[in-house]
Write a protein that binds this ligand. Structure first.
Ligand SMILES: NC(=O)C1=CN([C@@H]2O[C@H](COP(=O)(O)OP(=O)(O)OC[C@H]3O[C@@H](n4cnc5c(N)ncnc54)[C@H](OP(=O)(O)O)[C@@H]3O)[C@@H](O)[C@H]2O)C=CC1
Ligand SMILES: Nc1c(N[C@@H]2O[C@H](COP(=O)(O)O)[C@@H](O)[C@H]2O)[nH]c(=O)[nH]c1=O
Length: 392
């Protein structure tokens, strides 16, 4: 199920705090960084904060620059991004600035929280959405994507919300402004709380001084677990699709890209069809061939393949689904099930799942995976059958 791109944004002190314990909001960013934050806000469809931040900061969460608002409306977008908050209790002040500034607002809550918000009159200024059953961030993100058209979501804290989204593998990007000051109060809110984070290192994608703060942008890298995809799964699969586009063209075989990634987010190997001048090598085969079969990271690894791994082939003794299982890998993420172009009823996913592996299909990437293979696919209303004989 598609979610918005989730960008976590926060300013943090040198000792890791989001705020002090005083009644006023602590300004960690300087003027230049607040202007940068305004630019990011102007670029997104929605801004989310937790109820704790509304209670503590009484934020407005606007795009402050008139020029940026004008550019949004000129592009046919609402003047202000949708404002989103989450509250289990529904304990929110109806007089808070959040409800009375900017454009549309929405609050995700529990059934009991919804009763409380309605009783407080908040349903007059915001859409109140009770979530059925236990709280589930994926339900919130899917609703924002599907029902509200949100494609890019900026999350501006606070610590509880950032911690949950990161720990649940739902953050695509982390933007941290490191401010040159100390808080020093043990009870002050921390950026990230205790719990289980991705193992290994995030990828640093940018550092930049902005006035006296340093902006650091990171991307989580760890694959999801089992059938549950993480934001990083999408990024790795997008890389596999890019590799597919780099294959030498062929009229008799698919162009496929593959990446093998350890559980801690380390890339172990990558490959693509017909790599290194071998006319029949497949992407997963090329990638796995670069690894020591005894590599202890393989059983915890994920193979990303732009196309479902093959189940049968004439040109090699073992198909890719078998190579993956024999390597010990038990998780595969792919964009696209194999069509009948060369092999009728190919079911690499079935071979993998029958052996206990998880196969995750992310159809959002099917267009990119298919793009280098268009000439091999039936054209709607024209070809009764796709191209026939081939290398498989
Ligand atoms: N420096 C910076 O960039 C920023 C700093 N901050 C600071 O952070 C602090 C606030 O952070 P924090 O206290 O962690 O609060 P949060 O803003 O993260 O909000 C937490 C609240 O959100 C609701 N919530 C979160 N997760 C769930 C869930 N899974 N189910 C239901 N409700 C949920 C709950 O509301 P409820 O209790 O109503 O059920 C919870 O108490 C403030 O001091 C603020 O100044 C905030 C943003 C940015
Ligand atoms: N203190 C702090 C941030 N705090 C964030 O800004 C929100 C208030 O924005 P506004 O409504 O525009 O005044 C606040 O609720 C919190 O989410 N952000 C930052 O980039 N840097 C900072 O130092």
């Amino acid at each position: 199920m598609p979610y918005p791109y989730v960008l976590l944004s926060a300013a943090v002190s040198l000792d890791g705090f989001l705020d002090d314990t005083g009644p006023e909001r602590l300004l960690l960013s300087g003027p230049a960084d607040f202007d940068r934050v305004d630019e990011v806000r102007a670029s997104v469809d929605a801004i989310l904060v937790g109820a704790g931040t509304i209670r503590t900061d009484n934020p407005r969460l606007l795009v402050n620059s008139p020029a940026r608002r004008a550019a949004r409306t000129a592009a046919g977008r609402p003047e202000f991004p949708l404002k989103v908050t989450v509250s289990g209790t529904g304990d929110l002040d109806p007089g808070a600035q959040f409800w009375h500034t900017g454009g549309d607002k929405i609050v995700y809550t529990t059934p009991a929280g919804a009763d409380r918000l309605r009783a407080a009159g908040i349903a007059d200024t915001a859409e109140v959405v009770p979530l059925p059953g236990d709280w589930d961030w994926r339900t919130v993100l899917a609703d924002l994507h599907d029902a509200r058209g949100v494609r890019r979501l900026m999350v501006e804290g606070g610590g509880q919300v950032h911690t949950q989204l990161l720990q649940q593998g739902l953050a695509d990007e982390l933007q941290l402004a490191l401010a040159p000051l100390f808080v020093g109060a043990p009870d002050a809110p921390r950026l990230f709380g205790p719990g289980r984070y991705q193992p290994g290192r995030l990828r640093l994608v940018e550092t930049r001084p902005v006035g006296d703060v340093v902006l650091m942008r990171y991307e989580p890298t760890a694959p999801g677990t089992g059938a549950v995809p993480s934001a990083a799964d999408h990024r790795w699969l997008a890389l596999a699709c890019e590799l597919a586009a780099r294959c030498p063209p062929s009229s008799s075989a698919f162009s496929v890209g593959a990446v093998v990634v350890a559980a801690d987010g380390t890339e172990l190997a990558r490959g693509h069809s017909r790599e290194g001048g071998d006319p029949v090598v497949h992407a997963e085969e090329a990638a796995l061939a670069k690894l020591d079969p005894a590599d202890p990271r393989l059983p915890g690894a994920t193979v990303y393949s732009s196309l479902e791994p093959c189940a049968r082939r004439a040109s090699r003794p073992r198909p890719c689904a078998r190579l993956i299982l024999d390597a010990g890998v038990r998780r595969v993420v792919t964009a696209w099930r194999e069509p009948d172009t060369f092999v009728a009823g190919a079911d690499g996913a079935g071979v993998l799942t029958a052996a206990g592996a998880d196969v995750v299909v992310l159809p959002e990437h099917a267009g990119a995976a298919q793009a280098p293979n268009r000439h091999l696919l039936p054209r709607p209303g024209r070809d009764a059958h796709a191209p026939g004989s081939s290398e498989v």
